[in-house]
Design a protein. Structure first.
Length: 247
């Protein structure tokens, strides 16, 4: 695990139900730093990095945009959203403006902690397709109380789990299970902590402002099964590993 600098923004007041463990607390405490890191990126603001980090090959890939191809997970290759399905995208960013939701014809429900991403989607999403765009909730992934039980046909979370400890992600799985229709899939990715690229990427992300938690795929598989879910499909990438799970 790579430690990130302490966030300089105040707590956003996110709370887990019950008495959270220290790891769950860490997940909540990291929310302001994660939101700040992505707000800064979406706004195109510069990141100041130490010379030794700037000199890393992965930083040069990130600066040139080449890292995007490595870090983007094609969730639609695991489960393609179908026409008139209600799909929940956790940590959605500006995905509705990027991915072919109009082609899919699926209803998009977004959730994110980035105010910049939320504002961009609220401003442009209805113009792109007011029928498919169902809005964005400004909340973290463990707070899904805005949705009725068994409402969604598909849930997605890419580029998200790596910023939170596994104990926090257990809470996410519990909440996703509640809002998904029985037997419907949840597609999410994790960083494969055993890959050579993972540690350097984690160092870069730390200096960009967001701590990364590196875990083995075996650890994630154990966590998924402990949540009562079944892994029905996997897809390995250069950095991220996709899971398709069902309950």
């Amino acid at each position: 695990m790579v430690r990130s600098p302490e966030p300089d923004s105040p707590s956003l007041g996110y709370n887990l139900p019950g008495a959270p463990s220290q790891s769950q607390d860490t997940g909540i405490q990291n929310l302001p730093a994660i939101a700040k890191r992505f707000n800064q990126e979406y706004q195109g603001q510069p990141f100041e990095l130490p010379a030794e980090v700037e000199a890393m090959a992965i930083t040069q890939q990130w600066r040139s945009g080449q890292l995007q191809a490595v870090s983007a997970s094609p969730f639609w290759e695991m489960v393609k959203p179908q026409k008139k399905q209600h799909c929940l995208d956790l940590g959605c960013g500006i995905g509705f403006l990027v991915y072919p939701w109009r082609e899919w014809g699926a209803f998009f429900h977004g959730q994110d902690i980035s105010t910049v991403a939320r504002d961009a989607l609220v401003a442009r999403g209805p113009q792109l397709n007011s029928m498919l765009f169902k809005g964005v909730v400004l909340k973290p992934a463990h707070q899904l109380d805005d949705y009725d039980p068994a409402f969604f046909d598909l849930a997605i979370a890419t580029g998200l789990s790596c910023y939170y400890p596994p104990a926090y992600w257990e809470q996410v799985l519990t909440q996703v299970k509640r809002v998904l229709k029985p037997g419907q899939p949840f597609v999410f990715d994790v960083v494969n902590g055993e890959l050579e690229l993972a540690e350097n990427w984690a160092i870069l992300e730390t200096y960009l402002g967001a701590e990364v938690f590196l875990e083995s795929l075996g650890h994630w598989q154990t966590l998924i099964r402990a949540a009562g879910a079944k892994i029905v499909k996997q897809k390995a990438g250069d950095l991220f590993h996709l899971f398709k799970i069902v309950w």
